[in-house]
Design a protein around this ligand. Structure first.
Ligand code: MG
Length: 382
């Protein structure tokens, strides 16, 4: 038996504010729709994930969808879009499909597993939460209490047998509020499983902040990157380390200003955000980087990381050399690094060591540097 997921990301999402639909807006480390896609891709029982996007807008979602994700164009209504997603699956009648709204980014593996388990004894299954507030029906200025026993808020994903939901949605022009609604008239055996607050739907601008807090245990996991570099020493007058020119009997050889410390830090930042290395972004063969100030590399790495949803929080550099002495320049190097990275001084650490005259650094053939960078998911500010 196969298990697939259809994630519907078709809405305009205008009520949530912002320049782009809510499902494309950033929420912590990734865009809203990517949270659900990632949950499905990493769940061991999901065979196929279909992302339904507005016709003609697939490039706003993925240039190239990740392995295991199929992107299809949706229809004019939610139900029509779900149908487009179902048709892309081409499953057997008894296979299971979960239908999910991209505007609910807090989808966890626990929910997916509960739904799959519930389907062993049910025609359909959905996460739901009991209504705990008092419920009133308002007419004019009059209120009437509604008995809230057996009242539920129903969330997504909703799970179905593939053949049944495909047939029901294929034979209707109705735009259902959710997919369970299509089964209700047919006396289906529906099992509700425990929903979660994290599965709430993003509807209004304030929901982004609420959701950032709800997803904080996931999105606040720091990203750590490590960088290493070494440059050769050749006769000269000074070395540039952390943007500071230090008088010396030698200079560092290199295509740019050969600031080995900031190169290591640039690599650490790119590494923390999984964005490749300094050579990918600034090829040494490219003449425009001849003699370049390494602050350019550093700032560009920070910008790329920010675009990927990460903010540099702190860094720790170790310079490895016999000479020049680093300590007299250390505070100035911290200061310059803090300026270049927009970090406060107490988040910039610079250390130095010799290698006891051993190896290339010990023989004064070169200077090496190591760097560690800590990045956090960027807080959504809408
Ligand atoms: Mg280098």
């Amino acid at each position: 038996m196969k298990i697939g997921v259809v994630i519907v990301a078709g809405g305009k999402g205008l009520r949530a504010g912002g320049d782009v639909p809510k499902q494309l807006q950033r929420l912590g480390a990734r865009r809203v729709f990517e949270w659900s896609v990632n949950a499905c891709l990493s769940h061991p029982n999901i065979d196929q994930t279909v992302l339904v996007v507005p016709a003609g807008q697939s490039r706003d979602y993925y240039q190239t969808p990740p392995n295991g994700v199929q992107m299809v164009a949706g229809g004019d209504t939610r139900t029509a879009s779900v149908l487009c997603g179902l048709k892309a699956l081409q499953f057997g009648d008894d296979d299971i499909v979960l239908i999910h709204d991209a505007a609910r980014p807090g989808l966890g593996h626990d929910i997916i597993s509960r739904l799959i388990e519930a389907m062993s004894t049910a025609d359909a299954s959905a996460p739901a939460r009991k209504i705990l507030d008092a419920v009133k029906r308002k007419s004019g200025t009059q209120l009437e209490s509604v008995n809230r026993d057996n009242l539920y808020r129903v969330q997504t994903p909703q799970a179905f047998r593939y053949g049944r939901i495909l047939s029901l949605l294929s034979n209707t022009d109705h735009n259902y509020i959710d997919d369970l609604a299509a089964l209700e008239a047919n006396g289906a055996n529906v099992r509700l499983v425990d929903g979660t607050p994290q599965l709430a739907k993003i509807t209004e601008p304030g929901d982004f902040r609420t959701m950032t807090h709800l997803l904080a245990p996931v999105s606040s996991i720091p990203r750590i990157g490590f960088g290493y570099d070494m440059h050769r020493l050749e006769p000269g007058e000074n070395v540039i380390l952390c943007g500071i020119s230090i008088p010396h009997s030698h200079s560092l050889a290199g295509h740019s200003d050969a600031d080995v410390a900031w190169h290591a830090l640039t690599d650490a930042i790119l590494g923390a955000a999984a964005l490749g290395d300094i050579g990918d972004h600034f090829p040494p063969t490219d003449p425009q980087w001849q003699g370049a100030d390494s602050a350019v590399f550093l700032r560009h790495a920070i910008k790329l990381a920010r675009e990927a949803g990460y903010t540099l929080q702190s860094c720790d550099l170790t310079l490895i050399c016999e000479a020049p002495k680093i300590k007299p320049h250390r505070e100035q190097m911290r200061q310059r690094t803090a300026e270049a990275t927009n970090l406060s001084l107490n988040n910039v650490s610079i250390k130095a060591t010799t290698t006891e005259k051993l190896g290339p650094t010990g023989r004064r053939e070169g200077i090496a540097a190591q760097a560690v960078a800590v990045l956090s998911a960027t807080e959504h500010t809408a």
